[in-house]
Design a protein around this ligand. Sequence first.
Ligand SMILES: *[C@@H]1O[C@H](CO)[C@@H](O)[C@H](O)[C@H]1NC(C)=O
Ligand SMILES: *[C@@H]1O[C@H](CO)[C@@H](O)[C@H](O)[C@H]1NC(C)=O
Ligand SMILES: *[C@@H]1O[C@H](CO)[C@@H](O)[C@H](O)[C@H]1NC(C)=O
Length: 493
Amino acid sequence: MVALPSRIIIYTLGLLLVHVTRVTPATISSSPAQTFNGIGGSGAWWPNDLWHFPEATRQNLASLLFSQSGLGLSSYRYNIGAGGVNVSNPTRAPETFFVRNGVYNFDADQQGRYFLNEAAKRGVSSLTAFANSAPPSLTSGGASCNGRFVSGNGDAYGTFLADVISHFHSQGVNISLISPMNEPDSNFGPSPCGQEGMQVLPNQRAEVVNGLWNALQARGLASTVGILADESSSLGSAVNEYSSWLPQVINKVAALVHHTYDFPSDSSYTNYVSNVRNQFPGKLSWMSEICCSLGNADGSGKGWSGGYDPTIKNALMFSSLVFQSLVLANEPHYDFWTLVSNGLGCSPQNNPSCATSPNSNGWNDGLIYYDGNYARNGNFQLYIKKQFWTYKHFGNFVKPGSQRRAITGSGSTKFMMAVTDSSHFYVIAMNPNSADTTLALTFPESVCATEAHRTSASEDFATIGKATGGGNNWSLPLRANSLSTYIFNRRAC
Ligand SMILES: *[C@@H]1O[C@H](CO)[C@@H](O)[C@H](O)[C@H]1NC(C)=O
Ligand SMILES: *[C@@H]1O[C@H](CO)[C@@H](O)[C@H](O)[C@H]1NC(C)=O
Ligand SMILES: *[C@@H]1O[C@H](CO)[C@@H](O)[C@H](O)[C@H]1NC(C)=O
């Protein structure tokens, strides 16, 4: 046997041990896709609890949601309560301004108004008001759930909503979008109910929109406050029901907003979007509510379910849904459901790993969590889930007025996009796989890397090395199981 020179042995070992990162090429389009309108979530029903927290915690929460040091949200959905009549869970029973037709108590719902005001004060530009139910006297059962919209009440209901919007405008809170029926496909019964809800049959929906539009018009608000409809809980029901009512009022609807509780495949989502474009040319659609799924980082295995998963796996799974709406469906706006939740599924005071470990009793319906027993045990701590940090990439860098640029080429995936404003490119890219890769990215103009952030199992929006390269060509490392944002100035270095 001939002894191998040691040099060759070392060389051979080196080849086996050196970890080779795959480099994949891609190109940013020179022309913009959609212009973004907002990234946000809803103020239901946590304000009813968080209102009771110490002022310092409420302010901290408002910063976590609405300031750039936190999520930097540009959209907030305020819930116009229906008084919670027959809703058994007090957290989900918001107060109503409605006393009787034309008579209001605008001192009601100080809980919800507090956080709406914080959003407005901190510059959240897209403020939506939405209702799960009309006030009880306008529903079939005289309650805030388990009933139906009563035909003939369109003007009364529209008048109430328009008066609420007018009132907020007079307080300097410029609500610009109003959604009169959130999930009209269900009444959320039987009574006692878990939340407010009002069924609005497809053949009643045009009346609701007409009543609201007329009332806005009478107050000079029809051109500044857009009506959103119809927040169907699934894309499947939206597609099936639009044709029976929407053509009657399409010119009075600012955007078609939907939930995706059917967790549509890419082809179902594409089908919905092309349907909307064909039937209602020029009308925007967007995501106004989603939560509550387990599944894998790449979005496989997603679906409506209970279970709390605060790990990077679930955070990337929810990021895959944001990419599906913004990249695949080309939609301009994205709202997660409830930004803050008590659905930890465990007691953080008795169990130190409660908030940081997955469990099957909780719910993935929030980004920030709190102890549902705060009133008894005095625990006012906030618990931040990994999904908070991944959503911050979108909240911080997908701003109203900025535009998406498609990324194409063999190294592109459906989980990446570039966003431009007048001075920057932001490249937001997720690697849901277990191997690191490097994106060799060609820009349509000379740019200069400035900084980068990454969220992974061990990093929370951590500052990482900026992209390397020059001119139009840059290398962006995409670590396994992470979401990164690389930032560039729109000029040569
Ligand atoms: C509301 O609750 C009351 C008392 O339990 C019940 O009689 C009534 O039927 C409920 N209303 C609806 C619409 O379910
Ligand atoms: C709200 O709208 C009014 C009227 O258009 C405007 O004067 C005011 O500056 C706006 N307030 C905010 C906070 O944007
Ligand atoms: C940038 O990359 C493209 C595509 O790989 C290549 O054709 C071009 O020559 C590169 N430009 C420079 C200045 O390296």
